[in-house]
Design a binder for this molecule. Structure first.
Ligand SMILES: Nc1ncnc2c1ncn2[C@@H]1O[C@H](COP(=O)(O)OP(=O)(O)OP(=O)(O)O)[C@@H](O)[C@H]1O
Length: 627
């Protein structure tokens, strides 16, 4: 038990320390409001304890009642109580406002770290669990408020306790017996309740994750068609019901246990109060204390019990809040380690003025937490300005090759060099400046067409997320219109300018209707063209296109190939496609099978090998068109 208590206190100290530094950095005024709360909460209870004693004694006992003193004590109590309420409320409101801002700032840190952490973590259940727990930590209402209220309450109550104890002990030491008995029982029950709440949080979270999947993800438009066509609603509703029942049962079980603990706490407090009244009553009747003392001491003892009770509650509340906040801190720590590691890399981005060469040297790869090698001893070089096509059956490892080049995963064995430098030695954000990529499963966002293409590149000066603030809206009309012109030029090349210009708000039209009723839903081909424009707009020296024309109609596809040189120019380009006719536009083709390169050469060279994989695939596809 002591060990648990110690670890609880360690968690509280850790979270409080982290948060104290955070608050000092972001909103130092917060400390003023905290100090004000402590002063008000400490002084407040003494107003009525002291005031009522003197007021009653003045009224009941004084032979020559001094009306002036009576008015003074009435005013003391009224003004004191008023100030206590008003200043307390003011400090509280200000704290709430700050707490709300802190919550949002901390939540933004989760977003920031989640977008910066290693991509492979997006498939790592331990890390996903951490992100989820961190996010949920903030769904718990007023978590930061819980922490600061706990700390303020703790300090104020300790001070109140010290003051009231002096008054109480001066009257009768016997009063301490019922008070401490009630304190011990209450503390024990509160500890049990806190443990129950912590367990509930952790168990409920696992169920909540599944429920969120059903309630949030499956109800998005992305799944709407399939759910309707296959009548999957019954299956989904049944699964939802099952999870809801689990949630309900878990919450009912916990609430019942918590209520049982509460009953014991309330009863022990009431028994203590009765004992206090008896002791004070006997003292008053035997003339040991005055009626004023009786009134003041009953209030003092009640405050004393409350203060003790609040201290134990405050500590347990802090322990609970800290145990949840710790999920957040653990996650941030994990993510920050990676971010710092990346920032610490000092290899220079290779000079790209004369183009970019890429070399895969003995590269083998298996996905994290799997045993199967997806790529086996890959050796290939792509020369500056070369346009390379990668073909092969489904699952041969083509996209995996691209993912390694984009450093979404680290190679298991071997190395990838860019202009002779190992890509792992370059800071990731700098390395990404070298690449323009259209992934097979690209995504457009519910932003304007322009933002989907520009992706903030022009708005943020130096690529450093910390400083990514709109430059006071000072983008300059010229610069802005350049962005639009550049987008327009590229849209012309992939022939999507006609559609964009036909829209009322042109490039400023929002995609999708999520936030804008007049938003447009691009067709599959239009969306794919926008994704191509986005990659070209970035204007990086290496272009990677993973099945960029899969959704295009044959004429549009032909145009893209026809314009391939115009699109990619003298840049190094890697291009994956199942439409082999497109390979003719590339300088070289490599054929993947089972994670290895089985053929390598120009279209004409590969077609010479009539037993070859490429020859067969090419002819099989060509036959379909001829028949
Ligand atoms: N994140 C992952 N974790 C584990 N295995 C994966 C992951 N992604 C892909 N794989 C496996 O790696 C193999 C190669 O996949 P990859 O996507 O590279 O194939 P591909 O050649 O691009 O296929 P396609 O032509 O169908 O797009 C497949 O067997 C796939 O199941």
């Amino acid at each position: 038990m002591l060990k648990k208590l110690f670890s609880g206190i360690k968690d509280i100290a850790f979270c409080t320390g982290y948060f104290a530094k955070f608050a000092w950095k972001k909103l130092p005024i917060y400390y003023f409001y905290i100090l004000l709360s402590v002063i008000v909460n400490t002084a407040g209870p003494f107003v009525s304890i002291i005031g009522s004693k003197y007021l009653i004694n003045e009224i009941v006992y004084e032979q020559n009642r001094n009306i002036g003193m009576i008015i003074f004590w009435v005013a003391f109590i009224c003004i004191g109580t008023y100030l206590y309420a008003v200043v307390g409320k003011f400090a509280n409101e200000k704290q709430n406002y700050c707490n709300d801002r802190f919550d949002r700032m901390l939540q933004m840190e989760i977003s920031f770290n989640t977008m910066q952490m290693k991509f492979e973590y997006t498939e790592n259940s331990e890390m996903l669990d951490s992100v989820n727990k961190a996010g949920r930590a903030f769904e718990q209402t007023n978590l930061i408020q819980g922490l600061t209220d706990g700390i303020v309450g703790l300090i104020s109550n300790i001070l109140v306790l010290a003051g009231v104890m002096y008054i109480v002990v001066n009257c009768s030491v016997w009063l301490l017996i019922p008070v401490f008995l009630s304190f011990v029982i209450n503390t024990y029950m509160t500890m049990k309740t806190t443990k129950l709440k912590e367990n509930y949080f952790s168990e409920a979270m696992e169920i909540d994750r599944v429920v969120d999947y059903y309630l949030d993800e499956l109800t998005t438009g992305e799944y709407a068609k399939d759910i309707r066509i296959y009548n999957a609603d019954n299956m989904i509703i049944d699964n939802q019901k099952e999870q809801s029942t689990k949630q309900y049962n878990l919450s009912k079980r916990s609430m019942k246990k918590i209520w049982n603990n509460e009953k014991i706490s309330i009863t022990s407090t009431e028994i203590c109060n009765i004992a206090v009244y008896i002791i004070l009553g006997v003292n008053t009747l035997t003339g040991k204390i005055t009626i004023g003392d009786f009134s003041s001491l009953t209030q003092a003892v009640i405050k004393f019990t409350e203060a003790l009770y609040n201290i134990s509650r405050g500590l347990m509340g802090l322990k609970y809040t800290a145990s949840i906040l710790k999920y957040y801190l653990d996650y941030i720590e994990k993510a920050e380690i990676d971010i710092k590691y990346e920032k610490s890399k000092n290899a220079e981005v290779p000079n790209v003025n004369d183009g970019v060469s890429i070399e895969f040297k003995n590269v083998s790869f298996k996905y994290p937490n799997t045993d199967v090698y997806i790529l086996k001893n890959i050796n290939t070089s792509i020369h500056p300005g070369e346009h390379l096509s990668i073909v092969g059956k489904n699952g041969a490892g083509k996209t995996t090759f691209i993912k390694l080049l984009c450093r979404l995963y680290e190679v298991t064995e071997g190395e990838i060099l860019v202009n002779g430098v190992n890509i792992n030695d370059i800071e990731y954000s700098k390395y990404l400046d070298l690449l323009s990529v259209v992934f097979q499963d690209y995504r457009l966002m519910a932003f304007s067409i322009k933002d989907n293409i520009d992706m903030g590149q022009n708005k943020y000066a130096n690529g450093d997320m910390e400083q990514k603030e709109y430059a006071n809206g000072d983008m300059g009309q010229n610069k802005y219109s350049n962005v639009e012109n550049k987008i327009n030029e590229l849209c012309k090349i992939v022939e999507i300018d006609g559609w964009i210009n036909s829209l009322e708000n042109k490039q400023n039209t929002n995609l999708y209707k999520m936030f804008d009723e007049s938003g447009v839903e691009p067709s599959g081909g239009q969306a794919q063209k926008l994704a191509i424009v986005r990659a070209l707009y970035k204007d990086a020296p290496v272009v990677v296109l993973d099945e960029p024309t899969a959704a295009l109609d044959p004429i549009a596809e032909f145009e893209v190939y026809n314009n391939f040189d115009k699109l990619v120019g003298g840049k190094t380009a890697v291009y994956i496609s199942h439409r082999l006719s497109s390979c003719r536009f590339c300088d070289r083709i490599i054929v993947f099978d089972g994670g290895t390169i089985i053929e390598d050469g120009s279209h004409d060279k590969l077609m010479e090998n009539t037993n070859g994989f490429y020859f067969n695939m090419y002819n099989t596809q060509a036959k379909h068109y001829q028949n």
